[in-house]
Design a protein around this ligand. Structure first.
Ligand SMILES: C[S@@+](CC[C@H](N)C(=O)[O-])C[C@H]1O[C@@H](n2cnc3c(N)ncnc32)[C@H](O)[C@@H]1O
Length: 275
């Protein structure tokens, strides 16, 4: 199969995970962000919100994310391929309502369910209707083939706190409707992979996983069904590597990463027992 893009670190395939995964050779780690469940896609709320006297007034409308929700058929097919391909970790982002489906599917495919981690979204949108709490986190279902497991986080909790990618326009325009923050993906790549390992992301979108891998001295295979996102991802790979490192430390992105480093330090330095 001819890649859409290839350099020394990253290979991008334009196609569906269903057709590309079966022809791939084993990789070290799968780290991916597939479409979420239908209700997330149908009611993607964007709001022109105004809060008056403590009550949220909102004008919310449905907005397509630009790709379909995950189906049981795709989930079943890709988890079988993850079990065939992954030598080590499989990490799958999902909304909390899909955790059981993903863990059952991964287990059914022959992997061991290990843990569900959480991406805590620092600046998540409020609940515009004001009649219930807003969702503030997304999940990462972690599975592994049978046998010894290791990661670079020691006994740390599986909680990763990062701001969502805002659409600031111009040079800082968001590249994808559901783009994951680069500091989040850099933290996960640093925790679950080693320098030189191959990471597979078969729902690649704008290539955030691949960008994190490239910055951290890992290799990455990306699959993406929409050509426009293959192009975005390929362009992103061509951008200057801001701080190439082969360590497990996140690269330095300047001021953007100051928050990230503070977040990490807060997690590492958090006392285990109250003082
Ligand atoms: C949640 S987005 C990933 C966003 C990505 N993490 C980023 O930061 O840009 C999921 C992506 O998977 C793609 N996709 C959906 N179904 C697919 C399939 N069956 N095979 C390959 N790509 C698919 C969509 O086009 C979408 O870009």
């Amino acid at each position: 199969m001819t890649p859409y893009f290839q350099d020394s670190a990253v290979t991008i395939y334009h196609g569906s995970a269903e057709e590309v995964l079966p022809v791939l050779e084993p990789v070290d780690v799968v780290l991916t962000d597939p479409p979420y469940s239908a209700h997330v896609h149908v009611k993607h709320m964007v709001g022109d919100s105004a809060c008056r006297d403590g009550f949220a007034a909102s004008i919310a409308r449905n907005k397509s994310l630009g790709f379909d929700a995950i189906t049981p058929e795709t989930m079943s097919l890709v988890t079988k391929q993850f079990a065939r391909l992954a030598r080590r970790w499989v990490g799958v982002f999902c909304n909390v309502e899909l955790v059981a489906e993903w863990s059952n599917s991964l287990t059914g495919a022959g992997l061991q369910y290990v843990r569900t981690g959480a991406w805590v979204k620092l600046n998540a949108a409020p609940q515009f209707t004001g009649d219930r709490p807003a969702p503030g986190f997304e999940c990462v279902v972690l599975a592994h083939p049978a046998g010894k497991k290791r990661w670079n986080g020691g006994g740390r909790q599986g909680i990763w706190t990062h701001a969502i990618e805002l659409n600031r326009g111009g040079k800082n325009k968001r590249l994808h409707t559901t783009q994951k923050p680069l500091p989040l993906m850099s933290e996960l790549v640093g925790l679950f992979t080693e320098p030189g390992e191959v990471v597979l992301d078969p729902f690649g979108g704008s290539g955030t996983t691949a960008r994190a891998c490239k910055d951290l001295g890992r290799r990455c295979i990306l699959i993406e069904r929409q050509e426009k996102y293959c192009e975005v991802a390929a362009k992103r790979m061509g951008q200057e590597v801001l701080a190439l490192t082969t360590s497990n430390q996140p690269p330095n992105y300047g001021s953007g990463v100051m928050n990230y480093e503070n977040t990490i330090n807060r997690q590492i330095n958090r006392p285990v027992f109250p003082q």
